[in-house]
Design a protein. Structure first.
Length: 456
């Protein structure tokens, strides 16, 4: 008995079909051995279609209404339907367009007339029809393709990734906050955020059981009602961006495009992180200043917050951000009399560009380093001429100041204050391990060997 096989392609690069061509003679020999006839394939030179197929291999994601109709037609005349490659099985690269901003799409494709009516989201085949088998990969593994063909030709029906029970998450749970949000649709419950938060405030943990397990705050309250201090360290460990900062990119872009006079106050750690992250050549800081000017910022200032301590005693505790202030409020309320207010920028037209995600809890308009990288994503910074800062305002460090970096040191210092072992001087607190260089708003990077900290 001859098996008739068809190959179809939707939204994608057709790289999977070309990968099969790399089998060369082995493909022809295998098809002959298994008594398989290629009944339809543009790449294999068989353009005519037939009324029915034993197996149809479909690559590419479904990207238009016409694709849906064609896919359903293929399903109707195929005994077995195989999703071939990451685009067909998962949505792949075309599926990423759901993250594109509408204004950017219109800017690039606004004047292009499309032959087919596009879907709002490119999707895998399984969203529209029943799929019997999946060959994942970008491109597929050509040997797995032959193995699947052999099993089907021998009528060896099997379940891919068979489990003891059917897993289906019927409910998801999202959490909002002024600075941090959790998207339950993205969360894979890997637990990395829970692990990192254990050493900070244990604001999040597992909830429910079995297939209904989720990541949640206690009693499923919003972040701002929990013991979350919005340090943002969880966002650095989440592998799928389910946990991320509350973005201000659109707001800043809208203000700049409307002609609002804005000044960018940029912390030094932002410059260091972007220079490394974007592999900037030469004067990295000058190119970043040039890009900010090109975006529309009137002034770009290299800036480090200076806190004016209250004169209310011989001991002063300076929280570097709202995260430290909130930590003391929640866990050391008896020490609040020693604590100054978190730093602020008095300029009402300021955009504070910072490695610290917790600054979003304050009154200023804030962009984290990660947000600025997204805002600069349309520029090739290496092509821009370097510009100088309009001003530099970096206060001198107090060599007599006690600095506690990381939660272990912060707790140790606060316990010493509580027990009266420390009752004079100035104490500055950083809850993030490694300080601002490893703040919750920074891009992910491997910690430096020299980033270990101690109380000075």
């Amino acid at each position: 008995m001859i098996l008739k096989v068809a190959f179809y392609s939707f939204g994608g690069c057709e790289g999977c079909s070309y990968e099969l061509l790399n089998l060369d003679e082995a493909l022809l020999e295998a098809l002959e051995e298994m008594k398989i006839e290629i009944a339809h394939s543009i790449i294999f030179g068989v353009p005519e279609e037939e009324e029915a197929y034993d197996i149809s291999f479909v690559e590419g994601s479904v990207a238009s209404k016409e694709d849906i109709e064609k896919l359903r037609e293929i399903r109707g005349k195929s005994r077995i339907l195989v999703a071939m490659g990451s685009c067909a099985a998962l949505g792949g690269i075309p599926g990423l367009r759901r993250f594109a901003e509408e204004r950017e799409v219109k800017r690039v494709y606004g004047g292009v007339r499309l032959e087919h009516e596009p879907l709002s989201e490119a999707a895998p085949l399984s969203k529209f029809v029943n799929v019997d088998y999946e060959l994942r990969g970008c491109p597929v593994n050509k040997h797995e393709f032959l193995d699947l063909l052999r099993k089907i030709s021998r009528s060896e029906w099997f379940l891919q990734e068979e489990r003891r029970f059917s897993f289906s998450r019927e409910k998801t749970f999202s959490i909002n906050g002024a600075a941090v949000t959790l998207d339950g649709e993205k969360c894979i419950v890997c637990g990395r955020c829970v692990k990192v938060c254990e050493s900070i405030t244990s604001a999040i943990d597992y909830a429910n059981r079995s297939v209904d397990t989720i990541i949640s705050t206690p009693f499923k309250v919003e972040f701002d009602e929990s013991q979350c201090i919005s340090c943002g360290q969880c966002t650095l460990y989440c592998p799928v961006s389910a946990l991320r900062e509350k973005s201000s990119v659109k707001q800043v872009r809208r203000l700049l495009e409307s002609g609002t006079d804005l000044s960018a106050y940029v912390e030094p750690e932002v410059i260091a992180a972007i220079t490394e992250s974007l592999n900037l050549e030469g004067s990295g800081e000058g190119k970043i200043v040039a890009a900010l000017k090109k975006l529309g910022f009137r002034n770009v200032i290299l800036w480090k917050p200076k806190v004016q301590p209250r004169k209310n005693g011989s001991l002063i505790v300076i929280p570097e951000s709202e995260a430290e202030a909130r930590f003391i409020q929640l866990f050391y309320p008896d020490l609040q009399g020693y604590v100054t207010d978190p730093p602020r920028i008095e300029d009402e037209n300021a955009v504070w560009i910072t490695p610290c995600l917790a600054r979003k809890l304050g009154d200023n308009l804030v962009l984290t380093t990660r947000e600025l990288i997204r805002l600069l994503s349309t520029f090739n910074l290496n092509l821009l001429p370097a510009c100088s800062f309009d001003d530099i305002s970096i206060p001198e460090k107090d060599k007599y100041e006690i600095v506690a970096t990381g939660m272990e040191e912060v707790r140790k210092v606060l316990e010493e204050i509580r027990s009266k072992k420390l009752n004079s001087g100035t104490v500055r607190l950083y809850v993030c391990q490694g300080g601002c260089l490893q703040g919750g708003g920074q891009p992910f990077s491997k910690p430096s060997r020299n980033s270990t900290s101690s109380i000075h």
